[in-house]
Design a protein around this ligand. Structure first.
Ligand code: ATP
Length: 363
């Protein structure tokens, strides 16, 4: 992979506090990369090293092979759009978008042409004479993106840019933003702590915790093949089943869990006898009646404790012995939710094995 943006062993400290602890990340040109992680894990700090608002104590930040360390923000071509997108309230859409061009004393014709391109790109035609307060939240957000990109930058840095929008609008704007990003091939670094946003928009997700990157991968890898228990837990609802690995005579892998032998299809180098943790997403388990046959090694018996009707699916909480499993059942029928005793059938293809038990389990 050719890196267009690269962080090499970046260390950032605030007094004794290590906010970034030897962070390395490579981003190919045109990719949409999301930094995902809990509050305070260092997402914004990492992005600021690239934008030039902060300098690392150690390590390098490179764009297109050139070292950025020490360059002021305006020489880096990496505009940053914050959560508070703060358009100038007394300026029209046209004036807001053209602000940077005006500072650069760009001739009027060129300015008009560039603004027109941005208006078209962000679907804002006809709104150029309006003031920010006459726009919807989504439109204001698009003006902020247009203002950031009008100078012809090829990199866009977005720090939780959608968090001021209501839930429905967020989904609309994120779809739109992703389409524009892909169409124009703008290399984008995006900060969020919202896993749905990260999964739906990104080419690559870097999951961070306490100043370190825990895993870099595609949304699919991060979701179905999390590197450890923290990542599995952070990127969605998950069931953890602790047990012991077992190598069958034919070389296949199974895991003994609560007196059951569960088959695992994943290819791993695990030895028999090792403690393991199975990672199972709620949609990796389905519900069956007690009378329905399930292949050996795929089912557990349980009792439905609770459910929540979500329209396109029902989320169930099912007790199996001392554990409660979360299950999303998409087979919603018109008669209502199931109750009582059931079998839980595990989709053996969707089981992921981590080595070790407890909080330390890792791939
Ligand atoms: P959030 O999702 O809450 O924005 P984040 O992952 O973006 O969190 P950062 O803003 O990067 O987190 O902060 C990482 C850590 O560094 C936090 O513990 C924060 O308190 C600390 N920190 C950030 N900036 C400074 C600063 N200028 N001085 C001292 N500590 C700082």
């Amino acid at each position: 992979m050719d890196a267009y943006i690269e962080f090499r062993n970046v260390v950032k400290k605030f007094d004794d506090f290590v906010a970034l602890d030897h962070v390395s990340l490579q981003i190919p040109k045109g990719a949409f990369v999301t930094l995902l992680g809990p509050s305070g894990c260092g997402k914004t700090t990492l992005m600021r090293q690239l934008a030039g608002f902060s300098e690392p104590e150690e390590g390098d930040v490179l764009v297109d092979g050139k070292r950025m360390n020490g360059l002021p923000p305006f020489k880096r071509n990496t505009p940053l759009v914050f959560q508070e997108y703060a358009l100038f309230p007394h300026m029209t859409v046209y004036e807001n978008i053209s602000y940077g061009l005006k500072l650069k004393k760009t001739p009027k014709e060129e300015k008009d042409r560039k603004v027109a391109e941005m208006l078209e790109m962000f679907n804002l035609q006809g709104l150029e004479g309006r003031f920010p307060k006459q726009l919807s939240g989504g439109q204001q957000q698009r003006v902020a993106f247009a203002r950031a990109l009008v100078m012809g930058q090829e990199i866009l840095l977005l720090d939780e840019p959608l968090s001021n929008l209501d839930a429905k609008l967020r989904v609309e704007v994120r779809t739109e933003l992703r389409q524009i990003q892909q169409k124009f091939g703008i290399t984008t670094m995006y900060v969020t702590h919202d896993q749905d946003e990260a999964l739906s928009m990104s080419d690559i997700i870097a999951v961070m915790r306490r100043g370190r990157i825990e895993q870099i991968g595609s949304p699919w890898e991060i979701y179905f093949r999390p590197a450890n228990r923290f990542v599995a837990d952070f990127v969605g609802t998950v069931n953890f089943l602790e047990g012991t690995a077992r190598r069958e005579a034919d070389g296949s892998l199974s895991v003994d869990h609560m007196g059951m032998r569960l088959r695992v299809d994943e290819d791993t180098d695990l030895q028999g006898g090792e403690p393991v943790t199975l990672v199972v997403r709620p949609e990796g388990i389905s519900l069956l009646g007690l009378e329905e046959p399930a292949p050996e090694g795929t089912a557990l018996h349980g009792v439905i404790e609770n459910y929540s009707f979500l329209g396109r699916m029902i989320r169930y909480w099912v007790r199996v012995g001392t554990e409660v499993f979360v299950i999303d059942d998409a087979n919603v029928d018109l008669t209502g939710a199931r109750t009582g005793d059931v079998q839980l059938r595990l989709d053996t293809r969707k089981l992921h094995v981590l080595k070790g038990g407890g909080a330390d389990a890792a791939g």
